[in-house]
Write a protein that binds this ligand. Structure first.
Ligand SMILES: NC(=O)c1ccc[n+]([C@@H]2O[C@H](COP(=O)([O-])OP(=O)(O)OC[C@H]3O[C@@H](n4cnc5c(N)ncnc54)[C@H](OP(=O)(O)O)[C@@H]3O)[C@@H](O)[C@H]2O)c1
Length: 247
């Protein structure tokens, strides 16, 4: 028997007009499964957002180059959480969340770009001058979405969860966002692949937020670190207004 929740999700997805079977294979099955998510980088942001997905019932594999170090976190989160290597998390995930320092992207790309090709990849990385050096310069020159796409060619990239601090996300997403005064916090997202954007919208909601699709990947600059669209703790209508997106 399918759970009410799974049935509701599938109905919502179908109502949104995209192929559930293509975008979210697990939801297409006649079972109460949610999707599997691989989280590359189980630090501040990967740990926070991955935890919100586990609490919503998704199966999450948190990746580390030293997966054994994640044992305490996995034990606390329970059976929906697993630890693995980045390669294992990509294989595991119907979707992948990348949450590593931006300067690691070239190395990550050498090892993992081929495995990420064709996957829905939510990308939270921000480039900072102090930490990321040459990668920061590249992002300033070419834009953050274009730069991420260069390192992960063929991935169905969606920029997401980059535009606020992890402590803000942890608080605003607690209890599915229901307890946030004034309504759920909005998360700006941008991507070129319509089906991947739908998957990302669903995962943003499942983490306890409301997605605001800003535009194609190049529009990720509108909410990149250092831009006027960064750092807003706003509801979806408020964020749409701040970003000039109309109603
Ligand atoms: N912190 C925030 O509030 C926040 C908010 C939005 C976006 N972001 C962005 O999200 C990214 C991660 O930030 P964070 O604060 O979560 O960093 P963090 O706490 O330092 O965690 C980053 C994780 O990335 C992994 N990692 C580092 N280098 C790697 C590599 N070469 N290959 C694979 N994994 C690697 C590390 O895992 P192992 O060492 O265990 O492998 C580490 O746990 C950054 O780009 C940041 O700008 C951060």
């Amino acid at each position: 028997m399918r759970s009410d929740r799974t049935t509701r999700r599938a109905a919502l997805a179908l109502a949104a007009g995209f192929s559930v079977a293509a975008a979210l294979p697990a939801l297409a099955q006649d079972s109460p499964k949610k999707i599997r998510i691989g989280v590359i980088g189980a630090g501040n942001i990967g740990g926070t957002i991955g935890t919100l997905w586990v609490k919503d019932g998704h199966e999450v594999m948190f990746a580390s180059r030293h997966p054994e170090t994640l044992a305490p976190m996995i034990a606390e989160l329970g059976p929906k959480a697993k630890a693995g290597t980045p390669e294992e998390a990509i294989t595991f995930g119907d979707a992948v969340f990348v949450a590593v320092p931006y300067k690691a992207y070239p190395d990550l790309a050498k090892d993992l770009a081929a495995s990420l090709a064709g996957k829905v990849v939510l990308d939270a990385g921000n480039a900072t001058q102090k930490r990321d050096g040459a990668l920061y310069d590249e992002v300033q020159a070419n834009g953050i979405g274009t730069t991420s796409a260069k390192y992960f060619p063929g991935a169905k990239l969606v920029r997401a969860f980059n535009a606020a601090n992890y402590k803000v996300f942890a608080k605003a997403g607690a209890d599915g966002g229901k307890d946030r005064p004034g309504g759920r916090m909005a998360i700006p997202i941008a991507g070129d692949d319509p089906a991947a954007l739908k998957v990302a919208e669903g995962l943003v909601r499942d983490a306890g937020f409301d997605p605001v699709v800003v535009g194609p990947l190049k529009d990720a600059d509108k909410f990149a670190m250092g831009s006027s669209g960064f750092g807003h703790e706003a509801t979806a209508p408020e964020l749409r207004e701040k970003l000039g997106l109309g109603k």
